[in-house]
Design a protein around this ligand. Structure first.
Ligand SMILES: [Zn+2]
Length: 310
């Protein structure tokens, strides 16, 4: 049994409109999952057994447009970060938010229950050599992963198939390091599933979707969507029946190419696998604080089933 959290930055549930690349770019795997629909607001529901698409609120009762630092902090802790900080905060977290994340997050939730959790993204040697600044050059997801019992995965882990690059295919890494070859999204999925076999929870973070939205870069978003669709499809093809995949975003952005900013749209909370079956029947309102408890709930339910079966 394994739970896989796919965090994808800057993807809201938008309209079926020509300004929404998640509607206009073909996504055969997502459409297969969602009963023929693209990843849009109208698709929310349970289109098939073991598939639930929830529309999660990312505004969290705090005025303004949701931002990455507090959105991700909420996903990784299960607590309302913009409310705690008094505002939505963007980019890399300032010290107060970073320490707030480090104190308690999903990696702690898992290890305190005897479950293991891994962050699948790999870091380059340059990352480890970066000078420490006031902000510490550290994202919320990195701060959370570092505070747990696991370690940050390295370039060596990546090149031996034991980690996944942030862009999945290593395209951006290959531009900086000619010795690195681009791989197919399906191969990245195999590497992720390899990690998932060894851990109760495996997390991957993807952020080019948010970047493409800010730049309104049509070429990049098309590549992002096609690549991610193939990756997600391959994860589902290769996962074990009892595994659950949970995909979530921190705020909208790339679903509305009319603007360069984030949006206030709800975000997808897509549950794939047995863990998706009962969830949603008990709760009507979903927001980013629901993700961390949900991961634990699914993992504990699955581990109990495994224990009974042994
Ligand atoms: Zn952004």
């Amino acid at each position: 049994m394994s739970v896989i959290l796919l965090f994808i930055d800057g993807v809201g549930l938008g309209e079926e409109a020509d300004y929404n690349p998640w509607y206009t770019v073909p996504t055969p795997r997502l459409e297969g999952i969602l009963g023929g629909s693209s990843l849009v607001r109208r698709a929310a529901g349970s289109p098939a057994p073991h598939v639930t698409l929830l529309a999660a609120d990312a505004c969290l009762g705090v005025e303004g447009i949701p931002q990455s630092a507090t959105g991700q902090a909420t996903i990784f802790t299960g607590r309302n970060a913009p409310a705690a900080m008094g505002t939505h905060q963007s980019g890399l977290p300032f010290r107060r938010l970073r320490e707030w994340v480090e104190r308690d997050n999903l990696y702690h939730h898992f290890s305190s229950r005897g479950l293991t959790a891994a962050f699948a993204n790999s870091y380059t040697p340059e990352y480890f050599e970066r000078p420490k600044t006031r902000r510490g050059w550290i994202s919320v997801s990195t701060a959370a992963a570092k505070s747990g019992e696991g370690k940050l995965l390295t370039l060596e882990d990546l090149l031996t198939g034991r980690a996944v690059y942030h862009d999945l295919t290593r395209r951006t890494l290959a531009k900086m390091r000619p010795e690195v070859k681009e791989i197919q999204p399906e191969e990245a999925a195999r590497h992720l599933l390899g990690l998932a076999r060894q851990h109760d929870l495996t997390v991957h973070e993807y952020f080019l979707s948010d970047l493409a939205g800010h730049r309104r870069d049509h070429e990049l978003i098309e590549w992002v969507i096609r690549t991610y669709d193939r990756f997600l499809g391959a994860v589902l093809d290769g996962k074990k029946e009892e595994d659950t995949v949970i995909l979530v975003s921190d705020h909208g952005n790339s679903e509305d190419f009319r603007v360069r900013t984030h949006t206030q749209n709800t975000v997808p909370l897509l549950l794939l696998g047995r863990g998706a079956e009962t969830v949603g029947r008990y709760q009507k309102e979903w927001d980013l604080t629901c993700v961390a408890p949900l991961l634990l709930q699914v993992a504990e339910a699955c581990s109990r089933v495994k224990w009974k079966g042994e």
